[in-house]
Design a protein around this ligand. Structure first.
Ligand code: SF4
Length: 247
């Protein structure tokens, strides 16, 4: 793999410093893990260093078996259980009864409503009471993330949001995973660079954008919840929403 170690080590050290600073300046803090490759890097860094950052995952009820299997792998590797936040059963039932189990294929609005019930509301619960939260987002993941900052003021949640891997490349992520024997979702080896809920994620073909397998039936402009188009440009209107789009 074509990685310049000196640059990588500098990035890694910087990421470690960011995480330590979060524990010192922004406690209590939590890390929202989708159990994907980037999030396993952060999981490894947090748990190996025994950093005081809680780790949670949104169990939407529609995840792949492989993704759910990561929960056991994390426990077996680090002896730590990831805290799960699930959607309100009554809200899921109402959506399914009224619209159908897979109504998210019918319209962007139906998809966003499903994401609101299964991701946004549980995320809000998971973040409540914290001073900061951490994500595994990277600038190189999507055109909509090229200006992603390491630290953001998450006005919607009234806390700071940190993206310690913002400047990491995909090669950096896999270099770290392989160098440190970090467990990872086997779907990554089956053409899934980006993994979300099972019915909303497909494998991509060589040459396709890494996000092409997410909500593939929608226009690209619709794929990041919380983003809208102004004068032909995608504009971020809700900073927490990018993470939701990554789940
Ligand atoms: S990704 Fe799909 S299944 Fe998952 S919450 Fe969003 S619309 Fe629902």
């Amino acid at each position: 793999m074509n990685v310049v170690i000196t640059e990588f080590e500098a990035k890694l050290e910087n990421t470690r410093m960011i995480l330590k600073n979060i524990t010192q300046e922004f406690s209590p803090a939590v890390f929202a893990s989708s159990l994907a490759a980037e999030d396993m890097v952060l999981t490894d860094l947090i748990l190996r260093e025994k950093l005081n950052i809680g780790i949670f995952s949104l169990e939407t009820g529609r995840l792949h078996a492989e993704t759910l299997g990561m929960l056991d792998k994390v426990k077996a590797t680090y002896g730590t259980e990831i805290v799960l936040y699930k959607p309100e059963a009554s809200a899921v039932d109402a959506y399914v009864v009224q619209h159908g189990l897979n109504a998210f294929y019918d319209s962007v609005d139906m998809r966003k409503e499903c994401c609101r019930i299964r991701k946004v509301e549980p995320l809000n619960r998971a973040l409540a009471g914290n001073k900061a939260w951490v994500t595994g987002q990277r600038r190189a993941q999507a055109a909509t993330r090229t200006e992603l900052a390491v630290q953001e003021d998450d006005v919607a949640h009234g806390m700071q949001k940190f993206n310690p891997l913002a400047d990491w490349s995909e090669e950096d992520v896999w270099h770290y995973i392989r160098s440190n024997n970090v467990p990872y979702n086997p779907l990554h080896d089956k053409g899934y660079p980006s993994i979300g809920c099972e019915p909303c994620t497909r494998a991509i073909q060589p040459g396709e954008d890494v996000r092409a397998g997410r909500w593939w039936w929608e226009n690209p402009e619709s794929k990041e919840c919380g983003l809208h188009v102004v004068d032909g440009k995608l504009v971020r209107i809700n900073k927490q929403a990018e993470k939701i789009g990554n789940q």
